[in-house]
Design a binder for this molecule. Structure first.
Ligand code: GDP
Ligand code: MG
Length: 168
């Protein structure tokens, strides 16, 4: 039986919770100061979708996103993308458009989900619900709200992406 392997890239400004999301999904843990394990490009998790085994490889950046220095190797061969921003960081929301373009330049059109992370901090929210929906629609992406800290919707994001890839 053929196993499906999907490379998923997680992009967005520094601090929005990308590494935490990968760690949460693949290792089931959450820490305040997650540092990328040196020498590891991605973590993986196997799931089943409609009876099909899917191996998800979630690629992390080593903080290069802060210097706009993500290499082509990071994007190469990606099948799907998570575009992440933080509920408490308006700049990270405003950067979604530019992240979408970067991925598109390297990968073409691939299934992409916008994730508003840190919804456990809704009392400090700096992005209106309607404007988030508007931007998602403008970029042609589904919007999902998540809290990596409280483990809300993290699995759902990757399951939805994998399902989209299998349907294509
Ligand atoms: P990255 O730079 O995008 O990889 O972000 P990190 O994964 O390093 O997370 C940055 C900070 O946000 C860390 O202190 C995390 O613990 C914290 N963080 C990540 N996800 C959440 C969340 O859902 N809620 C809260 N309150 N903090 C989070
Ligand atoms: Mg990180």
């Amino acid at each position: 039986e053929l196993e499906v392997a999907l490379k998923v890239v997680i992009v967005g400004d520094g601090g929005v919770g990308k590494s935490s999301m990968i760690q949460r999904y693949c290792r089931g843990t959450f820490t305040r100061d997650y540092k990328k394990t040196i020498g590891v490009d991605f973590l993986e998790r196997q799931i089943e979708i409609d009876g099909e085994e899917v191996r998800l490889m979630l690629w992390d950046t080593a903080g290069q996103e802060e210097f706009d220095a993500i290499t082509k190797a990071y994007y190469r061969g990606a099948h799907a993308c998570v575009l992440a921003f933080s509920t408490t960081d308006r700049d990270s929301f405003l950067a979604l458009h530019s992240w979408k373009l970067k991925v598109e330049n390297e990968c073409g059109e691939i299934p992409t989900i916008i994730v508003q992370n840190k919804i456990d901090l809704m009392d400090q929210c700096v992005v209106g619900p309607d404007e988030a929906e508007l931007v998602a629609r403008a970029l042609g992406c589904r919007l999902m709200r998540a809290s990596v800290k409280e483990d809300v919707n993290v699995s759902a994001v990757f399951r939805a992406l994998a399902a989209r890839c299998l349907a294509d």
